[in-house]
Design a protein around this ligand. Structure first.
Ligand code: NAD
Ligand code: TYD
Length: 339
């Protein structure tokens, strides 16, 4: 079995590659990644010598490069993680989100039609459903919830999902889609909430909480997400959409306080800053379909996962110090100075 993992040098894609190499010893895994600011070859260094693994640098929007990938590697399955993934960046510069997230998906699926595959899997997000009110804990996103996006990021992901279902219905392409809640764990780029707060706290820098910190996200340990995708690839899931979530809703402020506590840092570092434009209030997933159909359940409790994650950042400082020493400094200044 040859599996192409696009975006495998990023956070979730790399964790997925590690999971697949560990659990399917007879599969060949090919990572296809453009190495944007979010992609890091150092993340994949521990598997580079593995004969089951290959890395190819390329852009999912580049038809010629994608054609060459299919001709060389003859993939059976494509798992598409490649994306622009940060909401704040999408508010600053929406066009690259449309290009990568929508056009890139179309280019990949065109190659799937041309060369034939057994499954195209789209890694999507719960953000395609928009947000839920803070005062209605009974309301959860199901696969039937209408797409109702807020940010350029979520609009681009929803557009891609619609194209995936269009290719399934129109051309009979074998597809599946997973819509997951917020992930956390090792190799998470420090522009996102949890790693940003860990890294800032370790430097005794202000911890910038948007608005009042009352927005709610449903956090899932990244390995649980990877296991769910593995199950979807191996199940009778052609044409199906699956929600994946941790049943673990938390307010942003509570997460930041927990990080302070674990690192022995003062909550005085917390600084309330201007809210994100159009900030989604609450995400919450009903994952009962994937539990019923495939037997998937989240395994890592948040209190364990967050401890493991913080420990990982403490033990892998060279990984994130390398990232924050470069272009990241300009990004941080632009987004947070005078906010
Ligand atoms: P990430 O930003 O950490 O990684 C994205 C990867 O894609 C990087 O390695 C980057 O180099 C690569 N990439 C970007 N543009 C590319 C292109 N044109 N061609 C090839 N490679 C390209 O993202 P992530 O957090 O790992 O998210 C992966 C996927 O999961 C995304 O599709 C995202 O929408 C989805 N998702 C993320 C979360 C989350 O909490 N992080 C939750 C649900 C869904
Ligand atoms: P983020 O990690 O960007 O994920 P998403 O927006 O896709 O859910 O943000 C998670 C939550 O944390 C979101 O409500 C915005 C908030 N947030 C902050 O309060 N401060 C920050 O510096 C960042 C990056 C996020």
């Amino acid at each position: 079995m040859n599996i192409v993992v696009t975006g495998g040098a990023g956070f979730i894609g790399s964790n997925f590659i590690f999971h697949m190499l560990k659990t399917h010893k007879d599969y060949r895994i090919i990572c296809f990644d453009k190495l944007t600011y979010a992609g890091n070859l150092s993340t994949l260094s521990k598997v580079m010598e593995n004969p089951q693994f290959a890395f190819i640098r390329g852009d999912i929007c580049d038809r010629k490069a994608v054609d060459e990938l299919f001709q060389k590697e003859h993939p059976d399955i494509i798992v598409n993680f490649a994306a622009e993934s940060h909401v704040d960046r999408s508010i600053e510069q929406p066009d690259i989100f449309l290009q990568t997230n929508v056009m890139g998906t179309v280019v990949l699926m065109d190659a799937c039609r041309k060369y034939g595959i057994t499954r195209y899997h789209q890694v999507s997000t719960d953000e395609v459903y928009g947000d839920l009110p803070l005062d209605r804990p009974d309301m959860l996103f199901t696969e039937q919830t209408p797409l109702h996006t807020s940010s350029p990021y979520s609009a681009s992901k929803a557009s891609a999902d619609l194209m995936v279902m269009a290719y399934h219905r129109t051309y009979g392409l074998p597809v599946s889609i997973s819509r997951c809640s917020n992930n956390y764990g090792p190799y998470h780029f420090p522009e996102k909430l949890i790693p940003l707060m860990i890294v800032n706290a370790l430097h005794d820098k202000p911890l910038p909480v948007y608005g009042e910190g009352l927005n709610v996200r449903d956090w899932l340990y990244v390995e649980d997400h990877c296991k769910a995708i593995d199950m979807i690839l191996h199940g009778q899931c052609n044409g199906e959409v699956y929600n994946i979530g941790g049943h673990n809703e938390m307010k942003n402020i509570d997460i930041v306080k927990l990080i302070c506590k674990h690192l022995g840092k003062s909550e005085d570092l917390i600084t309330y800053v201007t809210d994100r434009k159009g900030h989604d209030l609450r995400y919450a997933i009903d994952p009962s379909k994937i539990t019923r159909d495939l037997g998937w359940c989240p395994e890592t409790k948040f209190e364990d996962g967050i401890k493991k994650t913080i420990q990982w950042y403490l033990e892998h400082q060279e990984w994130w110090r390398d990232i924050i020493s470069g272009e990241y400094q300009n990004y941080y200044k632009k987004m947070y100075e005078n906010r």
